[in-house]
Design a protein around this ligand. Structure first.
Ligand code: FNR
Length: 189
């Protein structure tokens, strides 16, 4: 069966470097025959999580839509920007909303349990957002996501992509391809 893998970035910014990286990974997955979906979190705006909102109106429509996308994919690829040595508030807020049950029958963490994730990051700095992947890996592990060991952090992100959005460094392209290949093999049955 072909793998269903969801690709996203933890940035909503129009010219986001991490969106570019997630897009390159998505294209590599398509080339490898995966059933891949790319989403832009800018298309799913959510308020900052507040339990009072949840009690009053259930989950927001965009949380329900995102949750459905997570449920129907067995793999998740996240290109995660680093903010102050962690991952973005946007990514945390998204995860928090879609971790909430919205029907009585739903099992806990249904959007995440038994998923496989691949991680990468890029930033203009030298470390490429590497430090933000550490807490993201820990968070995902705690919500029952199996995070594959390979990861990629691309420093100097402002010059890492050409005008078409492709990675210019072949070594980085190969490393990204390996992460995608592992994600596909871990989610194929
Ligand atoms: C940053 N940036 C940043 N970069 C980094 O390598 N390490 C860091 O700790 C931080 N911290 C940080 C905090 C805040 C609040 C902002 C706004 C930015 C820079 C960041 O990597 C850069 O803006 C990226 O371009 C953001 O990712 P996208 O939006 O291009 O995907």
């Amino acid at each position: 069966m072909s793998s269903k893998i969801l690709f996203l970035a933890g940035s909503a910014r129009k010219d986001s470097l991490n969106k570019k990286l997630a897009k390159v990974a998505y294209e590599l997955a398509v080339e490898q025959g995966a059933d891949a979906t790319f989403i832009d979190l800018k298309d799913y705006p959510l308020p900052i999580y507040d339990a009072d909102d949840e009690v009053a109106g259930g989950l927001p429509e965009n949380a329900i839509k995102l949750k459905a996308l997570f449920v129907e994919h067995s793999g998740i690829f996240i290109a995660s920007p680093e903010y102050n040595s962690s991952f973005s508030a946007l990514l945390k807020n998204t995860i928090d909303w879609i971790s909430r049950p919205h029907t009585e029958k739903e099992r806990p963490l249904s959007a995440f349990a038994d998923k496989v994730a691949g991680l990468a990051s890029t930033s203009p700095g030298a470390l490429g957002g590497l430090r933000g992947l550490v807490p993201l890996r820990m968070l995902l592990g705690n919500i029952q996501v199996m995070v594959i060991p390979e990861q990629l952090a691309i420093g100097g992100g402002m010059t890492a992509f050409d005008e078409q959005g492709n990675l210019t460094n072949e070594k980085q392209q190969r490393a990204l391809n390996s992460i995608v290949a592992r994600l596909i093999s871990e989610t194929s049955n």
